[in-house]
Design a protein around this ligand. Structure first.
Ligand SMILES: [Zn+2]
Length: 154
């Protein structure tokens, strides 16, 4: 059982990672991924959004083999959507498909597809005072290491 305090801390950190805590994004996403793999009261879905291709800037002009999944300047991003019971709230965490490596491709294909709704990737994040954000991150990592008994990236 993942403590509610840890879920709420990571939910907050997840927003900080898109705000002024961007330099800690890797650590935060690592922590988030490890927690998702150990959740007991959660549901997984898949969702996708169509965005302007970054490689060609939406022109659709083939530039390199990096643009392979682009169609006329648009590209489809796939996400694992995890809905988590956290007290009286339901948290929604999105993980890009290529970062959710713990879900085998076959399992991912079987997940129920849900529309993204109002959600978009790279939504504005949360700015937290650096010392406060760091303290929250350290506390979450310590608690996670204890609860999950895994090493969390330092
Ligand atoms: Zn493109």
């Amino acid at each position: 059982m993942i403590p509610l305090s840890l879920l709420l801390a990571v939910d907050e950190l997840n927003k900080w990672a898109r705000g002024n805590g961007r330099e800690f994004a890797y650590e935060i996403y690592d922590l988030k991924g490890k927690i998702i793999q150990r959740l007991d009261r959660a549901w997984s879905f898949r969702t996708s959004v169509i965005v302007t291709c970054r490689t060609c800037g939406g022109t659709g002009q083939f530039r390199s083999d990096e643009c392979w999944d682009c169609h006329r300047g648009k590209t489809t991003l796939q996400f694992l959507l995890t809905e988590i019971h956290a007290g009286d709230r339901i948290l929604q965490w999105h993980t890009p498909r290529d970062r959710a490596r713990w879900v085998p491709a076959v399992e991912f294909e079987k997940l129920q597809i849900v529309p993204p709704g109002d959600w978009k990737p790279n939504q504005p994040g949360l700015d937290i005072e650096r010392a406060t954000g760091l303290a929250l991150l350290m506390a979450a990592k310590t608690l996670a290491a204890e609860v999950l008994r895994v090493e969390v990236t330092a």
